[in-house]
Write a protein that binds this ligand. Structure first.
Ligand SMILES: O=C(O)[C@H](O)[C@@H](O)[C@H](O)[C@H](O)COP(=O)(O)O
Length: 220
C-alpha cells in the first residue's frame, strides 16, 4: 500500500485540495465502475466539505454526485436533529447544497439498541456491495482526534482487535456521546484508499508521533 503525507499552510488550502481530490476520485470511479463509494467522518470535516466540495464538483467534469453512495465511517446514536448527529450535519450542511437527485446516503438506523444498530448497518452495507466478501469503498475520509482516535476507534480500546464484525457498537466512547457505531479495522483496511485529515495544533503531537519516520521540519 502506498502512503503519502501532504502538509498545508492553512485549513482553507487543505480544504480546497481535499475537495479537489474527492471530486477527481469520484470522476475516476464513476468513469470506471458507474458509481463512487465514499465513507464520511464527522467533526470538522463536515463544515470543510460543505464549504469546499460544491465548488470542486462544479470544476471537475464527470464527478456526478447523483452516482455516489455515501456511508458514515462512524455515527453517534442521537436523533438526526441533534447537533451531534453526523448524518444530520451532512444532510443540512452539504447534501442540501447539491442539486437533486443527490447522492444516496446510507445512514445508521436510529431507535435501535447499539448492537442491533451496528448489525443492521453492517447488513445494509453488505447489501450495497453485492458479490464482495468485504465492502470495498473507493475512498474513506477519516478525521483524527487529539488522542489519535479515528472513526470511533479509541487508543487502547478492545475494538482495535476486532477481526469479525465490519461495524461494531460502542457503548463507552471516551468522547461524548458514549453510544455510537463505528467501522472496524477490517472494513477500513479493505477500502481502495483512505484520506486521513487532521487540522489544528491539538493534533500535531499525535500525528508527529505516528509519522516518526518523517523529518517533520522539512514538511513545512
Ligand atoms: O465522533 C467523533 O468523534 C468524530 O467522528 C471523530 O472521529 C472525528 O472525526 C475526530 O474526532 C476529528 O474531529 P475534528 O475534525 O472535529 O477534530
Amino acid at each position: 500500500m502506498m502512503a503519502a503525507v501532504s502538509v498545508f499552510p492553512s485549513q482553507a488550502e487543505l480544504g480546497a485540495a481535499l475537495a479537489r481530490s474527492v471530486a477527481e476520485a469520484a470522476a475516476q470511479a464513476v468513469a470506471s465502475s458507474g458509481r463512487f463509494t465514499l465513507g464520511l467522518s464527522g467533526g470538522s470535516l463536515v463544515a470543510l466539505l460543505a464549504r469546499e466540495l460544491p465548488p470542486a464538483l462544479r470544476a471537475v467534469p464527470g464527478a456526478e454526485p447523483s452516482r455516489w453512495l455515501l456511508a458514515l465511517c462512524d455515527e453517534r446514536l442521537v436523533p438526526l436533529e441533534d447537533p451531534d448527529s453526523t448524518e444530520g450535519a451532512y444532510r443540512s450542511q452539504l447534501l442540501s447544497q447539491l442539486p437533486p437527485p443527490g447522492p444516496q446516503l446510507l445512514g445508521v438506523s436510529l431507535g435501535l439498541a447499539p448492537a442491533e444498530a451496528a448489525k443492521d448497518y453492517e447488513e445494509r452495507l453488505r447489501q450495497a456491495f453485492p458479490g464482495s466478501e468485504i465492502p470495498q469503498f473507493d475512498l474513506l475520509l477519516l478525521g483524527v482526534g487529539p488522542d489519535g482516535h479515528t472513526c470511533s476507534l479509541f487508543p487502547g480500546h478492545a475494538l482495535l482487535q476486532e477481526q469479525n464484525s465490519l461495524i461494531s457498537p460502542v457503548l463507552d466512547s471516551p468522547k461524548p456521546p458514549a453510544r455510537r457505531v463505528t467501522m472496524t479495522l477490517p472494513l477500513i483496511n479493505s477500502s481502495r484508499s483512505v484520506l486521513i485529515v487532521a487540522t489544528g495544533d491539538s493534533k500535531a503531537p499525535v500525528i508527529k508521533g505516528k509519522l516518526g519516520i518523517l523529518d517533520w521540519d522539512k514538511l513545512e
